[in-house]
Each structure stands twice: as structure tokens, then as C-alpha cells.
Design a protein around this ligand. Structure first.
Ligand code: RIB
Ligand code: CA
Length: 323
């Protein structure tokens, strides 16, 4: 069982990723840290509590981190995820958020306590950068950092070349890739764009007719409309759950080792520069994922959330049955 921290900015796909992680016996979630990104950090923390309540896991501690990126002002994605960050689904707040320790301090404390801690980062890397700046030596115990972010050959979603998490805070992304000195597993748009909750799959989920299915349908409506308006996509791309799946089953994706850094200024701000040709002759600092078994992922995702519906799920998902 892997001890992990999930750093996130819920966010609709973050919510789905947390649900998958909470239904995966391979991982033990030590805590959830929240970063500004899709929504302001306080709202992200509120949304995290809503998801933990739905999943009956309010025992898991939640920590609020950065309220703004390292240098840039915060630009949220509430046009994509709704004003409440959960598709304007209107779920009531769970409880007052008690701020007792900054997320970056919690990350450092856990790195010092757990020998082989993994971190799954589903939002901008601000909390990771703050922790790394504060106590770089604590990261010697880090087993792996899996980050949903960036892109190699895929076009951006926040500019022609930049993916949202690294576009929001390019300085933190650059700092983490260049200073972590541990391999970063980059789960970028090249693979996450292949993970689509299609109208058929959403209709299948709707028919499951339980608390989790009703939650998923209610938070994805807004997101589906955004995808049609923005990119004429039917359904919605769910980026973050694939990063959780990679932690559980690394062979779901394949890629290559490369030196990666992030542009922090100008037209290409937030772009991941992947030196796949080895021009700069720097040692590789990342494993860049480029291929994924989307059907196998979707089966895993749905079967773990709806274990009683496995037969139906396997009937509807092509190429999904895990080998
Ligand atoms: O670019 C997609 C990423 O940015 C996802 O993590 C989404 O939740 C937003 O944080
Ligand atoms: Ca996210």
C-alpha cells in the first residue's frame, strides 16, 4: 500500500480523481492539501470536504495552502468548473474550515515522517514549490511526484501551448521540475485528452441511480456544456483521475524520460519545454507520458466507483477489460 498526499484544486475532475483514490485499496491517503487554481483555495477546501462527506471519509485531514501563485496573480477556471468549482451543483457547505497548518508545512512534516511518500499533484504546483523552498532536504524521502500538468505534443487548454495548472503558476512548475532532483511523472494533456466521459458513459452512470452517480451527473453538466462551447467536444475530458490511476497502475500509460522545464514569461508562458532531442544535454528530470490505455482506465474508474455494476460497465466499454 502506498502512502500518498493528494494536492488538488477541486475542481470537477479533481473531485472525480479523489473519488477514484478513495475507492482504491492500493493507496493510503495521509491527507489532502488544497491549492488555488480552478477556484480560490478556501473554496477548493470546502469542495474537498463535500467529496469526503459523500465518500464517507471525513476522517482524512484537509489542509489549505497557497491562496495565490508564486509570482502571477491568481486566474481561476470558474468559467470551466462553475462559480462553486463543482459545476454549480449547489451541494451545501459541510463545515467551517479550520486552518491549523499550512499545506506546505503538512507536506514537509509527512515527508519527514513517512519513508516512501508519494505525492499526486492535480493542480498548480505552488504548494509543492513552497515546501521545496522551505525544506529541500525533506524531499529526500519522496518516492515519486505524479503531476497532472503540461503537454508534450498536444495543444494547450489555457493558451495555444500551455496547460492550465502550469499556466496558472509557471514559476512554481519551473522550480519543481528544476529543483526537485527526483523524477517527476508528467501526466500531461497528451494522455489526459484521451480520457473522455462521453454522453453514453454519462447516461450509463445516470442509470446506476445512487448517491455517487447523482453527484457525478450533477457536477459534470456544467463541464459538458463548457466542452461543447469551447472545443466542440461531446462529453467532458477528465484529466485528474488518470494521474491517480497512474499511481495505482503505472502500466496504464507509457512515455519517455526527458529533461523538462517550463516557460515563465511571454506568449508561451506555462508551456512545458520537453527536450526530447537532448539538445541541452541536461540529465532527464521527468518521465513524460504520451500513450494510455483509455478503455482500461475507464473500466477501472467506473468499476471502482460502481463495483456492483461491473458486468454492465464491461458490456459498454470497448477494450476496457483489464488484462
Ligand atoms: O489542465 C487541466 C488541469 O487544470 C486539471 O487538473 C484541472 O482540474 C485544472 O486544475
Ligand atoms: Ca485539477
Amino acid at each position: 500500500m502506498k502512502n500518498i498526499i493528494i494536492d488538488c484544486d477541486p475542481g470537477i475532475d479533481d473531485a472525480l480523481a479523489l473519488m477514484l483514490a478513495l475507492r482504491s485499496p492500493e493507496i493510503n491517503i495521509i491527507g489532502i492539501t488544497v491549492v488555488c487554481g480552478n477556484v480560490p483555495a478556501l473554496l477548493g477546501a470546502q469542495n474537498t470536504l463535500k467529496i469526503l462527506q459523500l465518500m464517507k471519509r471525513t476522517d482524512i485531514p484537509v489542509y489549505i495552502g497557497a491562496e495565490r501563485p508564486l509570482i502571477r496573480p491568481l486566474v481561476t477556471a470558474q468559467d470551466t468548473h462553475g462559480a462553486d468549482g463543482l459545476g454549480e451543483s449547489g451541494y451545501p457547505d459541510v463545515a467551517d474550515i479550520k486552518i491549523h497548518e499550512h499545506a506546505s508545512d503538512f507536506i514537509i512534516r509527512c515527508l519527514r515522517h513517512y519513508r516512501q511518500l508519494s505525492i499526486i499533484a492535480l493542480g498548480p504546483l505552488t504548494n509543492l514549490a513552497l515546501a521545496l523552498k522551505k525544506e529541500p532536504e525533506a524531499f529526500g524521502n519522496l518516492h515519486q511526484l505524479i503531476t497532472m500538468g503540461g503537454s508534450f505534443r498536444s495543444h494547450g487548454n489555457s493558451s495555444p501551448v500551455a496547460e492550465f495548472n502550469y499556466w496558472v503558476d509557471p514559476h512554481s512548475a519551473k522550480y519543481v521540475y528544476e529543483q526537485l532532483h527526483r523524477p517527476v511523472i508528467m501526466v500531461g494533456l497528451d494522455v489526459t485528452r484521451k480520457i473522455v466521459l462521453t454522453p453514453d458513459l454519462l447516461e450509463l452512470i445516470r442509470h446506476f441511480d445512487n448517491d455517487l452517480s447523482r453527484f457525478i451527473i450533477s457536477i459534470t453538466k456544467f463541464y459538458v456544456n463548457f466542452h461543447w462551447k469551447q472545443e466542440r467536444i461531446l462529453g467532458c475530458v477528465i484529466n485528474d483521475p488518470l494521474a491517480v490511476a497512474v499511481c495505482i497502475a503505472p502500466d496504464l500509460c507509457s512515455g519517455f524520460d526527458s529533461y523538462v522545464t517550463v516557460e515563465t514569461e511571454g506568449l508561451c508562458m506555462g508551456q512545458t519545454i520537453v527536450d526530447s532531442g537532448g539538445f541541452w544535454k541536461y540529465p532527464s528530470n521527468a518521465h513524460v507520458l504520451t500513450q494510455t490505455k483509455a478503455g482500461v482506465f475507464m473500466s477501472m474508474f467506473l468499476e471502482r466507483l460502481f463495483p456492483k455494476e461491473t458486468e454492465l460497465i464491461r458490456k459498454f466499454i470497448k477494450g476496457g477489460t483489464p488484462t
